[in-house]
Write a protein that binds this ligand. Structure first.
Ligand code: NAP
Length: 272
């Protein structure tokens, strides 16, 4: 299989001012990739850029919202103006939510669906002409929540499930162009203290610690992304929980649904 030598390549990582995106940016920068950081909050983005460049890595922050097409065009244009080319796009920016369909405000669904679906299509569309010139890679941050509709995460699950459809379409559309398409179905990550989600009223809340699940360190997740790009892999499911969930919902769907229903009812009863 063809292998990509990452040294000197140019990569955009959307949603890289913190969390998984920041970890991917650092892991790629350590391989001598020139990194374009992205996020909506300009101050946070600058702070992350300073932090990463102080370790001697090449980073360039470009503020923008992946859900706005003109911001995505600007992201690509400024990257190419700065570095002359684009080799890798990592569609990582995403929002999470929590709340049942019955109790959650319509704005939460709109925000999550808009950011997590259009927010990967828009940067990809804007980047494709450049990725085609470089036989580059376009990578998506999926989730094990995209294997099955999870209770209280309907819009999030739907958005992450739709990534599978997007990469399937894209892979066929790009057949023969030399562009590599990849998706990583990430399991529970070791969320840093600044990890947030939208509650059912659309308010930003801090994510609680999920002690019941083994959470993957961000660096470990990031290294899997890097290896996937180097080896030009299509689909990766890094965690054991992810692999088990995928097999369970595919081959034992009734049992898996029963298990999820039982867990949901127990948790609901505990909350009261
Ligand atoms: N954490 C997990 O356990 C987990 C598991 C599976 C998959 N994932 C996926 O991994 C990705 C990153 O998640 P994370 O946990 O690292 O989240 P996070 O810590 O909340 O970071 C999200 C990043 O995305 C940026 N962002 C959000 N909306 C954006 C927008 N519209 N345009 C541009 N940037 C935007 C944020 O910066 P601003 O707010 O400043 O824009 C931030 O840099 C997401 O796609 C998520 O679904 C996470």
């Amino acid at each position: 299989m063809k292998r990509t030598d990452l040294e000197g390549k140019v990569a955009i990582v959307t949603g890289s001012s913190k969390g998984i995106g920041k970890a991917i940016a650092i892991a790629l920068a350590a391989k001598k990739v020139k990194i374009v950081l992205n996020g909506r909050d300009a101050e946070k983005l600058e702070q992350t850029a300073r932090e990463i460049s102080s370790s001697g890595y090449e980073v360039f922050p470009i503020q923008g919202d992946v859900g706005i097409y003109s911001d995505c065009e600007k992201l690509i244009k400024q990257t190419v103006e700065k570095y002359g080319t684009l080799d890798i796009l990592i569609n990582n920016a995403g929002l999470s939510m929590e709340g049942s369909i019955g109790n959650t405000s319509p704005e939460v669904f709109e925000k999550v669906i808009h950011t997590n679906i259009l927010g990967v299509i828009y940067p990809t569309k804007a980047a494709l002409p450049y990725l085609m010139k470089t036989n580059g890679s376009v990578i998506f941050t999926g989730s094990i929540a995209g294997f099955m509709g999870l209770p209280n995460y309907s819009a999030y699950s739907a958005s992450k499930m739709s990534l599978t459809a997007i990469v399937q379409s894209l892979k066929i559309e790009l057949e023969g162009t030399g562009v590599h398409v990849g998706i990583n179905y990430v399991g529970f990550a070791e969320n840093p203290s600044d990890k947030t989600f939208l509650n059912q009223n659309g308010e930003i809340e801090q994510v609680p610690i999920r002690e019941q699940f083994k959470r993957m360190p961000l660096q470990e997740i990031a290294n899997i992304f890097v290896k996937g790009i180097e080896k030009r892999r299509y689909k990766q499911t890094p965690s054991l929980l992810g692999k088990t969930t995928n097999i369970a919902q595919r081959f034992f769907p009734t049992f898996f649904e029963w298990l999820m229903t039982r867990k949901y009812k127990t948790e609901k009863a505990a909350v009261g």
